[in-house]
Design a protein around this ligand. Structure first.
Ligand code: ATP
Ligand code: MG
Length: 394
């Protein structure tokens, strides 16, 4: 199949937004006689006028050949899905060999079957993610209709959506992620397939689901993303307890905290708010509700140990029951951030002047979360200012 080619005068990609190291890698691969293009998210973001956060490269060079070109700066990783990582200081560029994917079978069995550029484009998830770009000629190579779909703000799978979602159910979460991030419309047959295949999500790897969720919390579009998860029924399947809370009044507060985090995050995808703080946005309003129902409603003020216990059981009930692999360090940080809020803003309205907690390694995280809460709720500005002054002078 002949791809559609779009030239420099067809598009207004700003070359200044392209990473110079990525341009260097593409140039070296081409000089060594291989085909090499920017691919996936970066091409999509450049066309949609967003600043790409990473620049993936696809090439006709096999992993060993990539290694020969970049020598010591290149590390080959992954057994099932072999990739080259090219290192530039602390930055890593991912270079993968064109692959073919068996688009019509129900299950992906081999990931390392090398293919043509066309096959590589066809194995990708959505048309918006299937474009190649060659910065040396400023041309876009489109085998999948991604150009038109991006310009029509349309989200569409490459190939039959039901087959593609069954092959890899994480694609359904990715669909909602792109929908939240770009505000594009989901094309009707892709939407129907999502409804039909929704239950398949529980078959996919918890680690991959968790990674997509955490990345979405960092994306600057976490509130619309969780709204979509809830509306489609995906949240019910992934975090049944969270869905239950999101339906009530406290759901609004969760969305309010997430929107505040999104505002702070803005378009800055490089420097992200800590994952523990973002996870705390999901849980804090629920903890508040539990504390109210268990103690305050009965005119009791819980002591710190009781708050810790409640926090831990909430984390267990919501995060750990859904993801047995939920990272221990992350859940410990979330627990600290949540329970410390009641030291920073005590329930009995007494002002805590004990400064012992200022020396805690994780205190900074708890204070940053209080800052986020204060941005969402003016009443907390004073408490935040008090503690941030104390922290400065310690
Ligand atoms: P982000 O901006 O969040 O990184 P992305 O599209 O770059 O979005 P990545 O996870 O970095 O997402 O994946 C890079 C590319 O790999 C995608 O653009 C897509 O072409 C392809 N891809 C990723 N996940 C899948 C999948 N589950 N199925 C098919 N193709 C995928
Ligand atoms: Mg990416």
């Amino acid at each position: 199949m002949q791809p559609k080619i779009y030239h420099a005068n067809d598009h207004d990609i700003d070359p200044a937004l392209i990473d110079t190291d990525a341009i260097y890698v593409l140039k070296k691969l081409k000089e060594a006689g291989f085909l090499a293009y920017l691919v996936g998210g970066s091409v999509r973001d450049l066309l949609a006028k967003k600043v790409p956060k990473d620049f993936d490269i696809s090439t006709s060079a096999r992993p060993e050949q990539i290694k020969q070109v970049f020598q010591r700066n290149c590390l080959l990783i992954g057994r099932r899905f072999r990739l080259a990582h090219i290192r530039f200081g602390s930055k890593i560029l991912e270079v993968s060999t064109f692959r073919s994917g068996d688009n019509d079978s129900d299950l992906i069995v081999h990931d390392n079957i090398w293919g043509s550029p066309e096959e590589d484009a066809l194995r990708r998830d959505f048309t918006m993610n299937g474009l190649f770009y060659d910065p040396s000629t400023h041309t876009i190579i489109d085998y999948v209709g991604g150009w038109n779909d991006i310009h029509h703000h349309l989200l569409k799978t490459i190939g039959d959506p039901s087959i593609r979602f069954k092959q890899d159910p994480v694609r359904m979460i990715r669909l909602l992620k792109f929908c939240a991030r770009f505000g594009f419309t989901i094309e009707p047959s892709t939407m129907r397939a999502l409804t039909k295949c929704l239950d398949e999500i529980v078959k996919s790897s918890p680690a991959r689901i968790l990674e997509e969720m955490l990345r979405m919390l960092e994306s600057g579009a976490s509130a619309p993303f969780f709204k979509l998860l809830s509306e489609t029924g995906m949240l019910e399947l992934l975090f049944p307890c969270l869905e239950h809370f999101m339906q009530g009044n406290h759901g609004k507060e969760v969305y309010h905290l997430l929107s505040t985090a999104d505002k702070i995050q803005g378009n800055n995808t490089k420097k992200t708010i800590d994952r523990a703080i973002l996870t705390a946005c999901l849980l804090f309003p629920i903890l508040e509700r539990e504390i109210h129902a268990t103690f305050l409603q009965h005119n009791k003020i819980p002591h710190y140990g009781e708050i810790m216990d409640l926090t831990n059981s909430l984390i267990k009930g919501i995060l750990i029951s859904s993801f047995s692999n939920f990272p221990k360090r992350l859940s410990a940080e979330v627990a600290f951030i949540l329970s410390t809020q009641y030291r920073l803003v005590p329930l009995d309205n007494t002002r805590h002047n004990r400064t012992r907690i200022l020396h805690n390694r994780e205190f900074e995280l708890a204070l940053k979360f209080l800052k986020l809460r204060a941005l969402a709720n003016n009443d907390l500005v004073e408490a935040y200012t008090h503690w941030s002054e104390k922290a400065k002078h310690n």
